[in-house]
Design a protein around this ligand. Sequence first.
Ligand SMILES: CC(C)[C@H](C(=O)O)[C@@H](O)C(=O)O
Ligand code: SF4
Length: 465
Amino acid sequence: MTGRTLAEKLWQRHVVRELDDRTDLLYIDLHLIHEVSSPQAFEGLGLSGRRVRRPELTLAVEDHNVPTHSLTISDAASRAQIDALRNSCAEHGIELYSMGDASQGIVHVVGPELGLVQPGMLVVCGDSHTSTHGALGALAFGVGTSDVEHVLATQTLAVARPGTMAVEFTGLPPAGTEAKDIILALISAIGTNGAQGFLIEYRGEAVRALSMEGRMTMCNMSIEAGARAGMIAPDDTTLAYLRGRPCAPSGADWQQAVADWETLVTDDPDAFDRVVRIDLAELSPHVTWGTNPGHAVALDAAVPSPESFTDPVERASAERALAYMDLRPGTRMRDIPIDTVFLGSCTNGRIEDLRAASEVLRGRQVKPGVKMLVVPGSGRVRAQAEQEGLHEVFRAAGAEWRLPGCSMCLGMNPDRISGRDRVASTSNRNFEGRQGGQARTHLVSPAVAAATAVAGRLAAPRDLV
Ligand SMILES: CC(C)[C@H](C(=O)O)[C@@H](O)C(=O)O
Ligand code: SF4
C-alpha cells in the first residue's frame, strides 16, 4: 500500500513487518473485548502459559449477555461467560466495565464515548461491528477468537492487505432522513457482498454534514455490506466530539494530536481500487422487508416481487425471505403491522438516536398492544438521556426504559423474542431468528422506530397526525 488514501495511511502506520506479498504484521493500539468472544482466547493464553502483553491497551465490557431489566443474570451460560471475563480481567490487570458500572455499555458505544478511540489508531475487537470506530478516522475491524488470543499475547496481528473502496455520496439527504437511511440505501444498492475484501472510506458533503453519532451508525453497518472496515476522515466534527472526553489528549498533547490528525486524509481521490457513487438528493426513509440488511426499500415502496431480481441466487434468497417474513409481494411497506419496537444497539443506541425518537414520541402514545423497548447503548448514554428528561418522554408514551446492553439486537439475553413477533428494530441485522425465536425483523432508523410504535405499523414521523 502506497499511502495515498486514508486507509493506506492508517494501515502503513501500523505495519511492524511485511510477512509476505499479501500479509502484514500490524501493531494494535487498542484492543476491546467482551464476554462472548474472549473466554476461549484467555483459555488458550492460559494453556500456553502466556500473559497479556499490554493490559493497559485492552478494555473489557460486559454487553451481550447482560439483562436490561435488572442486574441479576439467571441464565447459567450467560453467567459463565461473564464470570470468565471477570476472572480473566482480574488475573491480567485489564480494566473491565461490569453491569451496573456508570461506564458500562455496548463495546462500540463505550470506546468512542470515553475518547479511547482516536483518529489514526488501529482498533480491533472480537466483534464484527468494530467497524463502528472507523467513524473517528481510525482503522477498526472485527477479528475472530483465535485472533483475540494472538492480540492478547502479542499486541499484534497478521492481516492480509485489503483493497480500498470509496463510497462517494453526492447530494444532501432531504430532511426527515437519517444516517441509517443512507447506509440501508447503500447496502440495498451494492448488496451484502458489495464491499467484500475492501476498506470503505465514506466521502462527500453528506458525510461531512453528519454528526459523529450518524457517522458511527454508517460505519457500524459497513460489515453488512461485506467490508472489512468503514472509515471517515477526521474533521472539525471529530475534534469537537473528542475534545474533553475522559481519555482524549488534553493541553499541549491535544495540539500535537490535532496536528497529526489533520494529515489523515486521502490525498489522491483517484487512488482507490474501487469507487461507488450514490446520490442522496432523493433519499427517503428506508426499511428492510427481508432477512438480510440488503433487503431494504424506501418506506414509500412495496414489498418487492422475487421476479424483480434478475440474479437467480438473489431471487431464491428473496423467495425464502418472503416466506420467513410472511409477506406478499406488492404489500405496501406502510401496511405492515408491528408487534414490538426495539430502539437501541451499537447502531442506534446513542444519545442522538434517543433524542430523535423522543422527539417523535413526545406527547404521543405507543399504540396499545405494541411493546416498545428503549435501551441506551451505555450507562453514560442513559445518564445523559435522564438528565435531558428523555426517559420521562419514553415512559409517558408507554415504552420501557431499560439498562444498557446489546438487548434485543440478538437473542443472547432475556430480551429475546420467543414467538414470531414482527419487530421494527434500530439494530443492524435482520437475519432469521436473530432476535430470538422466529422473530421477523424490519431494520429502521430511530425516528421510524418511534413513529412505528405510535402507528402500530411501519411509519415515518410525517405519517402521524
Ligand atoms: C457475539 C458477537 C461475536 C457478534 C459479532 O461478532 O458481531 C455480535 O456482536 C453480533 O452483532 O452478531
Ligand atoms: S448491539 Fe448488536 S451488533 Fe452491536 S455488538 Fe451488540 S449484538 Fe453486536
